[in-house]
Design a protein around this ligand. Structure first.
Ligand SMILES: Cc1ncc(C[n+]2csc(CCOP(=O)(O)OP(=O)(O)O)c2C)c(N)n1
Ligand SMILES: [Mg+2]
Length: 571
């Protein structure tokens, strides 16, 4: 058996696992890995980020868009700890990211604290699905293959592998293990359980579907639509009412059974939930009480998910199906097709009532948008979404981190099933730009549009340098309302503060030239002042080859949000 250095085993194992990219901000400790990469595996591209967490953000974007593992390389204690927020976001979003870090050499652990902290791997254990410190070089291949396998086993999640510097240069026998295709296990629930769900649904008078972010990730949009159509069930897509988390497109906006993204400002959605006897939650992660207060103990809840820990997590459920969402839905649909005939009359009556109700809501929404004119001196959120509907094609890929604007995007953009939308459930500001950059490494022939609000953008502004260096096809779309608007709304609502009191917190951002920042980092940029230019400039920016940034000067003083979620206790 051939001997190899630990660092060589790492790169060879990555090559065996068909890894094409490593996203990293490296340091001295990792030199043996980088050196082996150059000498033994130059086909793997090293994409450098200029802040540690951005390597995780990019690996997350690459992993979630490609369905493959995203490999990140961080520097020992400093880089790894600097990236913890992004790692926690990847955990919350169940993203298959593998983090490889060098650890300080055993020889200087005792006397040189620069690179050292006790129990780094234990700290990482709290924010990953699995974390391991390699104890001898002969463990390396097995440990790395396990890290990849665990990350890619549903429910996905980040894993961490720490390798002390002294071990990186030691040799051992190189024994490659086959990587099991655990992500293709195709698990599904027992047939008798699926039959019980089918019978319950057939007998329900007013079932509704809460469709979650896992549906597009499981490529189960078609199965969802078939289920809704067989039984005439309205579909509400999960979304926190506020904040950026559009999780994906479950159904085209114009489908007659699509009631839209959840918002507690919508009477149609609220009445569907209130009148429902059965709620089917499919692949959901944002239906907990703070978001959807309308789900009550009176509801019979059926949960279909690929995550056993999620099943029954937010509400007491009556029935649960775990396993591959697409397969479970497909099996459920086959049973329903065979057994639905007896119920046709009631179902058709329900279909008429539901489609009429949804149609009236859509007519109201359309009227609201039709009234909007692209005139005036600054852009309102409704003007922006109107222009986006005119400017973008039906297969545009979006990464949404637009905070206050996100509500308008979810409610008024006309989504088709060709649109891809990535979001985060982690509420970690700055997630969007590196995610979009990582996703564009995969979607290299399309432009990825990153909707990002100004403060969120500033938290990961260094991403522009990586985007420029690798000429990544990203359109950064800053919804610039000159400050922490959502936080101002929270503060105003919590403390009932007037503008002068709010000044104390300095939540405004000074006038800043994003155009100059972008140009300084080598990226083309445009600023939009007037709504009348919106559609043409967006189209122009979208069609420019390579990266572009547009700064949209927003006026969201009439934002739909007036109240905060964190209420001050009554006096
Ligand atoms: C990493 C991180 N830090 C702080 C927060 C708290 N936070 C939530 S919203 C917000 C302000 C966001 O401002 P901006 O991104 O400009 O969006 P806007 O509300 O103005 O649309 C802050 C600071 C957070 N969610 N994540
Ligand atoms: Mg802002």
């Amino acid at each position: 058996m051939a001997q190899a250095k630990c660092s060589e085993i790492i790169v060879q194992t990555l090559k065996n696992c068909k890894v094409k990219y490593i996203f990293g901000t490296p340091g001295t400790t990792e030199m043996p890995i980088l050196s082996s990469l150059i000498k033994k595996a130059p086909s793997i591209k090293y994409i450098t980020t200029y802040l540690d967490g951005l390597a995780i953000g990019m690996a997350d974007g690459y992993a979630r868009s490609s369905g493959k593992v995203g490999i990140a390389n961080l520097h020992a204690t400093q880089g790894t700890l600097a990236a913890v927020g992004f790692i926690r976001a990847a955990l919350r979003d169940q993203s298959p990211v593998v983090i490889i870090s060098g650890l300080p050499s055993h020889s200087y652990e005792l006397v040189e604290p620069t690179h050292f902290i006790y129990g780094l791997t234990d700290i990482l254990r709290r924010v990953t699905k699995w974390a391991w410190q390699v104890n001898s070089p002969d463990q390396t291949a097995h440990a790395l293959e396990r890290a990849i396998k665990i990350a890619l086993t549903p429910p996905y999640g980040p894993t961490f592998l720490g390798i002390p510097q002294d071990l990186l240069v030691e040799s051992s026998e190189f024994n490659s293990y086959p990587l099991h295709k655990c992500n293709n296990l195709n698990t599904c629930a027992d047939s008798d359980k699926i039959q019980i769900v089918a019978t319950t649904l057939l007998k329900s008078k007013n079932p509704i579907i809460f469709a979650g972010q896992k549906i597009p990730r499981s490529k189960a949009q078609k199965e969802l639509t078939v289920l809704a159509e067989i039984l005439a069930i309205p579909v509400i897509s999960e979304a926190p009412d506020r904040g950026p988390q559009v999780y994906g497109v479950n159904m085209p906006s114009d489908h007659p059974l699509n009631a839209g993204y959840y918002t507690n400002r919508d009477e149609t959605i609220k009445s569907f939930i209130d009148n429902a006897d059965t709620i089917i939650e499919i692949g959901c992660k944002a239906t907990y009480k703070r978001v959807v207060d309308e789900i009550k103990p009176k509801h019979r809840i059926i949960e279909i998910t690929d995550d056993p820990m999620q099943c029954g997590n937010y509400h007491p459920i009556t029935l649960g199906l775990t396993g591959d969402i697409k397969i479970n839905l497909d099996k459920l649909n086959s049973i329903l097709r065979q057994q639905v005939k007896k119920y046709t009359k009631e179902i058709e009556k329900r279909r008429e009532a539901i489609t009429n109700r949804i149609n009236s809501k859509k007519i109201e929404y359309k009227k609201e948008l039709d009234k909007i004119k692209l005139t005036g001196s600054k852009t309102t959120p409704m003007q922006l979404v109107k222009a986006m509907n005119e400017a973008f094609t039906d297969n545009t890929i979006f990464v949404d981190e637009s905070q206050t604007f996100s509500w308008y995007f979810k409610q008024h953009f006309k989504f088709t099933l060709k649109n891809i939308v990535y979001g985060t459930g982690a509420s970690h500001l700055g997630w969007g730009p590196p995610f979009a950059a990582g996703a564009s490494v995969f979607h290299k022939n399309n432009k990825v549009v990153c909707l990002v609000s100004d403060a969120s953008f500033l938290l990961s502004v260094q991403t522009l340098m990586t985007i420029a260096k690798y000429k990544l096809p990203v359109l950064i779309f800053i919804t610039n309302n000159k400050g922490f608007t959502s936080l101002k709304i929270e503060a105003q609502s919590y403390g009932n503060f007037g503008n002068s009191q709010l000044k104390h917190l300095n939540l405004d951002i000074n006038k800043l030239s994003y155009e100059k920042i972008a140009n300084g980092m080598g990226i083309k940029s445009l600023t939009i002042d007037k709504p009348k230019d919106l559609t043409s400039i967006i189209k122009k920016a979208y069609n420019i080859r390579g990266p572009v940034l547009i700064d949209i000067q927003m006026d969201d003083s009439n934002n739909v949000w007036k109240d905060g979620w964190f209420k001050a206790p009554a006096k």
